[in-house]
Design a protein around this ligand. Structure first.
Ligand code: NAD
Length: 446
């Protein structure tokens, strides 16, 4: 099939490369010229494991090509396509509502195309408020266009996106149109060889599933984080509580890691959007609202620990940070807990030296101001970050932080203090090697 994907970000590019790897001819339209340049050279504009392996061969075989919105040839590409995916960003507005400007600009662009677009399928992959598909359909109809607008929310996880796309646990499609069902069945068939995991439903329910899943997963994280606060207060150990919980198969073992709260481009804005959507229907969404406020508080945990340790002297200290991305295996810094700690330390005058295995390039752009003022330094190996530091804070659970060389750390750090925001180190071992250790939901001092 000839396919078009608007948006060459984490979702759009993985979708495009995944479909091109099955032999479809996929044209990606990307608005950001810097990203487009990289894509045209065959380079992914972000870090995602296994993406290069499917991107480069598809480009070489000419199954994947890249366009800007201004490209004159784009109109004929669209005219010849049978499916058009929309995978542009849907960030949040200050009110918590979803900013649909990018989605709407794609639809306006399609409305200006010659021809009726009839029989073409417009697949909304971006996470959009319930009812957006209906609104887009109205826009098309007003311009006398008649594509079939369907919902197909994406569930891939950054850091595991390619595997998630190629081996999805399920694919949700919101449409009542039989032609669209046939086409989606054909598109996803190569990824469903073991069993069919395509679930069809009406468009509004499909749009709502995505919010329900993200709100539920965020709630699991906030629940264990709230329990970790309780453990700290009552002298219990969250590691044991967690073990006791996850062995109950009704509870399960995923998304129940205590830590410094969730971040990234999805959970925070999707929770807020759901709360906002509820309000529009006169509903008070209490669980998502509680998850949100628990998370806001939990993200302050590392700063609180450092304040407890150093008191007013914290402003004169140098803090090493391991891990800047909001989770491992991605270079995405959006809403990362590390960003929050960096800002709060720099605000009181402390110095920060940070290391991340892949996010340094993005960090150089995001915190250019702090780098210029020399309050923040970014280094290329974890032990240089720890050199002469008063404390080390671990904020992302990258594998390479799980078994540090404690001897080397002990010799290089000014003070032997570790604040483990992801509970990835073994408390007893760290203490044995001569450090003071602070883990989430664990008894405080040595
Ligand atoms: P992203 O910011 O990485 O990518 C979006 C891309 O769209 C950007 O490269 C941007 O330049 C481009 N763009 C914006 N306007 C455009 C236009 N008019 N035409 C062409 N390109 C345009 O975002 P993302 O993380 O890929 O997320 C995309 C959507 O998918 C969002 O709605 C998000 O909530 C949802 N989603 C994201 C994830 C995830 O893990 N990142 C997972 C599931 C769903």
């Amino acid at each position: 099939m000839k396919l078009v994907v608007f948006g060459g970000g984490y979702v759009g590019l993985v979708t495009a490369a995944g479909l091109a790897s099955c032999g479809h001819s996929v044209s990606v339209v990307e608005a950001d010229s810097a990203k487009l340049d990289l894509l045209r050279r065959g380079d992914a504009p972000f870090h995602e494991p296994l993406l290069d392996e499917i991107l480069k061969p598809s480009i070489e075989k000419k199954f994947l090509s890249f366009y800007s919105i201004e490209d004159e040839s784009l109109s004929s590409v669209i005219a010849n396509s049978s499916v058009i995916f929309i995978a542009v960003g849907t960030p949040e507005l200050p009110s918590g509502a979803t900013d649909l400007r990018a989605t709407l600009s794609v639809v306006k662009f399609l409305c200006k195309q010659r021809g009726s677009l009839s029989k073409k399928i417009v697949v909304v992959k971006s996470t959009v408020p319930v009812g957006t598909g209906d609104a887009l359909e109205v826009m098309f109809r007003k311009s006398r266009k008649k594509p079939i607008v369907i919902s197909n929310p994406e569930f891939l996880k950054q850091g595991n996106a390619v595997t998630d796309f190629i081996r999805p646990e399920r694919v949700i499609v919101g449409t009542n149109d039989s032609h669209a069902r046939d086409v989606m069945n054909a598109l996803y068939k190569p990824f469903m060889l073991k069993s069919n995991r395509l679930i069809f439903m009406d468009r509004r329910s499909s749009e709502a599933v995505k919010y329900a899943c993200n709100a539920f997963l965020a709630t699991k994280i906030s629940f264990i984080n709230e329990m970790s606060r309780f453990a700290e207060a009552c002298g219990a150990d969250i590691r044991h509580i967690r073990e006791g919980m996850i062995t109950d198969s009704r509870i399960g073992n995923q998304f129940l890691f205590p830590g410094v709260g969730f971040g990234g481009s999805c959970f925070p804005k999707d929770l807020r959007s759901l709360i906002h959507q509820g309000q529009a229907h006169g509903l008070k969404f209490e669980i998502p609202a509680a998850s949100w406020s628990i998370n806001k508080r939990q993200r302050k945990w590392p700063a609180e620990q450092l304040s407890k340790i150093f008191g007013k002297g914290l402003g004169a200290k140098t803090i090493a940070i391991w891990g800047l991305s909001f989770k491992p295996n991605t270079d995405d810094l959006r809403e990362s807990p590390a960003g929050e700690l960096i800002e709060s330390l720099i605000r009181i005058g402390a110095k920060v030296v940070a290391y991340d295995p892949v996010a340094i390039r993005n960090a150089q752009v995001k915190w250019r101001r702090h780098l210029k003022s020399k309050k923040l330094s970014l280094v290329v190996d974890p032990y240089s970050a720890a050199q002469d530091a008063d404390a080390l804070a671990i904020l992302t659970e990258w594998s390479e932080f799980r078994a540090p060389d404690f001897d080397r750390l002990r010799k290089s750090m000014k003070r032997r203090i570790i604040v483990d925001g992801r509970n990835i180190l073994d408390r007893e071992e760290v203490i044995r090697t001569g450090f003071r250790y602070f883990g989430v939901g664990q008894r405080a001092l040595v």
